[in-house]
Design a protein around this ligand. Sequence first.
Ligand SMILES: Cc1cc2nc3c(=O)[nH]c(=O)nc-3n(C[C@H](O)[C@H](O)[C@H](O)COP(=O)(O)OP(=O)(O)OC[C@H]3O[C@@H](n4cnc5c(N)ncnc54)[C@H](O)[C@@H]3O)c2cc1C
Length: 500
Amino acid sequence: MSNVQKKTDVILIGAGVMSATLGSLLKELAPEWDIKVFEKLADAGEESSNEWNNAGTGHSALCELNYTSEKADGSIDITKAIRINEQFQLSRQFWSYLVSSKLIRNPQDFIMPIPHMSLVQGEKNVSFLKKRFEALSNNPLFQGMEYSDSPDKLKEWIPLIMKGRTSNEPIAATKIDSGTDVNFGALTRMLFDHLKNKGVQVHYKRSVKDIKRKSDGMWEVKVADVDSGKVEYHTAKFIFIGGGGGSLPLLQKTGIPESKHIGGFPVSGLFMVCNNPEVIAQHHGKVYGKAKVGAPPMSVPHLDTRYIDNKKTLLFGPFAGFSPKFLKTGSNLDLISSVKPNNILTMLAAGVKEMALTKYLIQQVLLSNEKRVEELREFIPNAKSEDWDIVVAGQRVQVIKDTEAGGKGTLQFGTEVVSAADGSVAALLGASPGASTAVHVMLEVLEKCFPENMNKWEPKIKEMIPSYGMSLVDHPDFFNEIHASTSQTLGLIKKESVYS
Ligand SMILES: Cc1cc2nc3c(=O)[nH]c(=O)nc-3n(C[C@H](O)[C@H](O)[C@H](O)COP(=O)(O)OP(=O)(O)OC[C@H]3O[C@@H](n4cnc5c(N)ncnc54)[C@H](O)[C@@H]3O)c2cc1C
């Protein structure tokens, strides 16, 4: 059975943090627009945005070593670190706007202050960390960062990690107190509650099966009721495909030229979660290590204090792995079904190029629990396997495309907005740095898809996100002002804060 529903201005596919962010921006910029959301699961934020499916790091390059690479001359390139930090500041400003306008409440339910640390061992890595510290610590965005290679200082910062450590290898860490733990699941649910209050129709258990362009230029979306199988057709002027890992197959269905020659490479993940309150109490911070040689950037190990369900907890991981599914709740046929005549060469080229990565991921899947505990013991020498359980994290579908620099079938590790030339449809692909930069990425969707509205919208965007369009690193006083005010509004102020 099928029927045709009334037209709407905007359809958002998927109820993850990306659709939540775009919907919230649009509701402020064009409150009169009708927005509908279709989500195949029973609630918002159940896939990658869920708190148990991602690491909850407010990525701002305070501790992630893969955002600062060492150049051939030995100096440290901090360009990417600055970019990601500035993008996170946009998210902080938009969330602060929503809190101060009372559109969402209780920021402590989704964002908490937590020191961000980087930890390395071995002479070469220690020298890299020192250089990284020297390159960043004088930069206004990274002020307050400390470095130490003194075991006594490190015992103060990370007692659990230092206890029982017998190796004589040099060890060093950096620490910065202005880091955050973000519960993206809670944030997504709050944003969808807010959208519902604003009249957005959010339909759960509705799976989008097809997207077609009609002769009048509108997009028609075929939606199936997950329980009854009943099919409905909805039309809209603008569609955002925010299906997370499920975005690529939906983008392919649009048939737009921009959807061709793109593939997806799914990477699965596991975290170890500590079940012993005594161990949890001995650690306070997000401590990022260095990726092993041959490991992809998303498998950098880290030991994280997390705030989930109003409780402090401790997670280690992620262990990356291979699964052909594009969503945690997806199908084993996802990868193979995404291979089309237009992307088969791109996919095959990536298959050949990324043999080593595939082998690495399969080895990771086959790791026994004892082997995982051995990796954990590189962080917590005295870790006991009975104190740790395994949780399955979300899927990350990395984009594969042909690029000038990398050639055919190059694996991308960032996020990408793919949109039609006329701006009537946009999809978000890729996973990193992900949810932290949702506001930046959704502003990019607005710029690409609604260029004719941007002049009119700009004053409102600047009211919500004062640093929009500005480089904060070039305006340190403005950065300090914004950082202090967002810290205040989001409840992130600590007595010792360098920004107060
Ligand atoms: C292991 C791991 C660790 C991560 N760590 C971090 C981190 O520390 N910090 C950070 O900022 N980011 C992190 N990320 C990335 C972050 O989780 C994602 O970038 C973000 O959650 C993506 O949001 P989304 O809305 O695009 O997708 P999702 O949250 O996956 O939402 C997509 C939604 O679309 C729905 N959907 C899909 N197909 C259909 C369809 N056909 N019809 C209807 N609905 C559909 C899905 O059910 C889902 O609810 C991590 C990700 C993973 C997997």
